[in-house]
Design a protein around this ligand. Structure first.
Ligand SMILES: [Zn+2]
Length: 281
């Protein structure tokens, strides 16, 4: 009689012990979650306090395109860096954008809507104008290739795209840094390998939302403030990505930058030495 009672008692004890341990774990979990949310809100507050001091740089993708890139150049000439000189930006240009529907579908991402992109090989004068104004010109591949297609996702194919871009962009000025922004910000191991092998620095950044035609200027300003607030406070300027082929950059760049400056954000010259991995989206 006694032994089964002891056994039953022991089982009961075990069950109680397990329930107790589960409650303990749940308690620890809740406490941890609480700590996390406290930390998050503290961090947010900290970040919010820091944001007026945050700095940003400008970059423009998918040009050069006549009637559009000139407008961005004219806007940049009206914007000053902290030293009062016209600000320097970076243009990540397409070498020779595909013309036919078939080749566009071969190279572009399946979700790409804006098919009319710039070409350095067709508009070399625009490339020269951008360089003459002191801006950086970086590689955005020859054909705006999406490096997730199985026919262009390995490092040899990616290198071929970069080398074809160099042919379209030639000659790079002496001493110009080799900068590479993969289209759609596809930053795979194969992309990193190709860039490294050819001596390119990968430059990512934060898209402002100008590719979406429903976004108003206010939406884009809101997006930028969101980007600034989410990025951990540091000395590294946030690199914003506009597109010179889209109307926002062409028509509203000065307005947007002035608004940001009124909010306490500081426009800096683009400087590849200021780009770190933590600027990745
Ligand atoms: Zn692009």
């Amino acid at each position: 009689m006694t032994a089964p009672m002891v056994l039953r008692y022991s089982l009961f004890q075990y069950i109680l012990l397990i329930i107790f341990m589960l409650l303990m774990l749940a308690g620890v979990g809740l406490a941890h979650a609480d700590t996390d949310s406290h930390t998050d809100s503290h961090t947010d507050k900290h970040t919010t306090n820091q944001t007026p001091h945050r700095t940003f740089m400008l970059s423009f993708d998918d040009g050069p395109l006549p009637g559009k890139t000139e407008k961005v150049l004219a806007a940049l000439a009206q914007l000053d860096d902290p030293a009062g000189k016209p600000v320097k930006a970076a243009f990540f240009m397409v070498g020779n954008a595909p013309d036919t529907l078939f080749s566009q579908r071969k190279y572009y991402a399946p979700y790409e809507m804006w098919i009319h992109k710039g070409s350095m090989s067709k508009y070399p004068q625009l490339v020269a104008d951008v360089r003459k104004a002191g801006h950086y010109v970086g590689c955005h591949t020859a054909h705006h290739a999406w490096f997730r297609w199985p026919w262009q996702d390995d490092s040899n194919e990616i290198k071929a795209e970069i080398l074809a871009w160099e042919h379209d962009a030639a000659p790079l000025p002496d001493g110009a840094p080799k900068l590479f922004r993969p289209p759609y910000l596809v930053d795979t191991f194969a992309v990193q390998t190709a860039a490294h092998d050819l001596g390119y620095q990968i430059i990512l950044g934060h898209t402002v939302g100008d590719a979406n035609p429903v976004n108003s200027v206010a939406d884009i300003e809101h997006n930028i403030v969101g980007i600034m607030q989410k990025t951990p406070a540091s000395e590294t300027p946030v690199l914003l990505i506009f597109h010179d082929i889209f109307p926002t950059a062409d028509n509203h760049l000065v307005e947007i930058v002035h608004w940001l400056q009124q909010q306490g954000y500081i426009l800096m010259d683009f400087n590849p030495a200021n780009i770190h991995d933590d600027d990745a989206p």
